[in-house]
Design a protein around this ligand. Structure first.
Ligand SMILES: C[S@@+](CC[C@H](N)C(=O)[O-])C[C@H]1O[C@@H](n2cnc3c(N)ncnc32)[C@H](O)[C@@H]1O
Length: 233
């Protein structure tokens, strides 16, 4: 199937723009079914959550979320890295994917089809803050929110400690305040060097926040901060 406009499937390194060629050798750790025709946008090569990490995050959420939570909402679905992993679990009654970039959303739907989970996901194109407020508000008490926001580009790598108050385009507070109007149970996927004190300061009164590093080949790739009722022991 020919990719939709703006979506690409590179079958060979030489087809790829030079500035993203460094990601080509990672294609099978990004999506193990890459060769079945996975579609990517140029930005997704940098922003996608690699499949092994997406799967372990999905497992952690499955195993620690309250049983009263039956819906999982991915607020920044991108090309589908996380939402495909969530949809592979039988744990959830329904999965929702929100993405404002129509090209990334087209890639995510196509990629979910390759993994056989497209129909398990309800797809929304638009701004997640607006969609949570206007279209999904009544689902809050049944839902876990997962968010892998943009981090402001590869520049975050040069910071020893990443200042979450300067994250672009959404700071930690920009994310948590609207999300908490929806539900207290929120998982944020953030740079591995994220300032732990800033994450801790956002814990609700009297509650603990778990921050988990997710590693590949012995190195941390990112952290998840689990706010709300997650039963980690
Ligand atoms: C880091 S990427 C997500 C990657 C995704 N987890 C994956 O594995 O493919 C962040 C995504 O958020 C989208 N985005 C940014 N602001 C948004 C908003 N307000 N509402 C919905 N999506 C948004 C961007 O278009 C981008 O695709």
């Amino acid at each position: 199937m020919a990719p939709s406009e703006g979506c690409q499937h590179y079958a060979d390194l030489s087809e790829m723009p030079w500035d993203i060629q460094k990601y080509y050798h990672q294609r099978f750790s990004i999506f193990s079914k890459y060769d079945e025709g996975i579609w990517m946008t140029e930005d997704a090569w940098f922003g996608v959550t690699p499949e092994p990490i997406a799967c372990i995050i999905a497992k952690h959420i499955d195993g620690t979320a309250s049983v009263s939570k039956t819906i999982l909402i991915d607020c920044f679905a991108g090309v589908g890295g996380n939402v495909i992993a969530f949809a592979q679990s039988e744990r959830w009654k329904r999965i929702y994917a929100i993405e404002k970039d129509p090209t990334a959303l087209a890639c995510a739907k196509h990629n979910a089809e390759i993994y056989g989970v497209r129909d398990k996901i309800s797809w929304y194109e638009g701004d997640c803050f607006k969609i949570l407020r206007k279209e999904l508000a009544e689902l809050g008490q049944h839902s876990i929110l997962f968010a892998s926001p943009p981090w402001g580009g590869p520049g975050y790598r040069s910071d020893t400690v990443f200042d979450l108050a300067k994250m672009q385009p959404y700071t930690l507070t920009d994310l948590l305040s609207p999300f908490r109007h929806f539900t207290e149970d929120i998982v944020l996927y953030l740079p591995r060097t994220s300032d732990i004190r800033q994450l801790a300061n956002e814990s609700s009164e009297g509650s603990k926040t778990t921050v988990m590093h997710y590693c590949m080949e012995g190195a941390s790739k990112a952290v998840c901060a689990y706010y709300g009722a997650f039963a980690f022991h």
